[in-house]
Ligand binder design. Structure first.
Ligand code: SF4
Ligand code: SF4
Length: 224
């Protein structure tokens, strides 16, 4: 059915399969009320590439956003139930899910980039993990991944060593936190986002282990 002919939700589940929503101020009560545990959230840090529905392009995120995580390697929302094509938290779904009408996107587009929740909005002021988020941002800020992508495609040799240093600093930090606090992997994704080496894989960068840490290898010339 063409979107212009649609007037109600068909309950097809396609929107949920494309990925969980970013959280907004109104959703803070769902997190603090235990309906959206931090283990089910993932942070997209400033500089990472993400689809911007307003421009219709993939571009670096200007300020971080916190989303409901996907399922294993997929972006499909972790609360999506394939058998029923339903939502397991329907009564407590985030704001962006409640307003979504794929056939009439104005309300959704009006929310894009507005009143987004960040990690520091979600973590209590006295949460011992809060200083670790700040320290990670200080030591391992996410580079502008569009710039990284461009440099890798044009002159990979000039950037691989510095990326390798950043990758290993990032992993060493995470390793230190895991040893000290032992958070589950899914909490790590909320606290620190995805490791840099994973983001680089989309650009054809492979990794191998060495006694000094991960080595980066340009597996193929990346062409977008
Ligand atoms: S909002 Fe659109 S994509 Fe989402 S379930 Fe309804 S019809 Fe499908
Ligand atoms: S929270 Fe529910 S409605 Fe929202 S994307 Fe996930 S499964 Fe779909």
């Amino acid at each position: 059915m063409k979107k212009e002919q649609q007037s109600a939700c068909l309950r097809c589940g396609v929107c949920c399969q494309k990925g969980g929503p970013a959280l907004h101020g109104q959703d803070l009560a769902l997190v603090s009320g235990g309906y959206l545990p931090m283990e089910d959230l993932i942070t997209i840090r400033r500089g990472e590439l993400a689809y911007n529905p307003l421009s219709g392009t993939i571009e670096p995120v200007l300020s971080e956003l916190v989303k409901i995580r996907g399922t294993s390697q997929e972006w499909c929302c972790c609360y999506y139930e394939p058998a029923s094509k339903g939502c397991s938290i329907y009564g407590n779904r985030p704001l962006a899910c409640g307003v979504l009408k794929c056939w009439q996107p104005e309300e959704t587009l009006a929310l894009v980039g507005k009143d987004l929740l960040s990690r520091l909005d979600i973590l209590d002021d006295d949460d011992p993990l809060r200083p670790l988020v700040l320290e990670h941002e200080r030591l391992c800020p996410c580079p502008d991944m569009r710039d990284v992508e461009k440099t890798l495609s044009e002159q990979a040799d000039n950037i691989l060593q510095s990326l390798e240093d950043k990758v290993n600093t990032d992993l060493a930090f995470r390793d230190r936190v895991v040893k000290k606090f032992n958070p589950p992997l899914s909490l790590e994704l909320f606290l620190f986002g995805r490791p840099l080496f994973q983001l680089l894989q989309a650009f054809g960068v492979a990794v191998s282990e060495s006694p000094q840490g991960l080595k980066l290898i340009m597996r193929r010339k990346f062409i977008r």
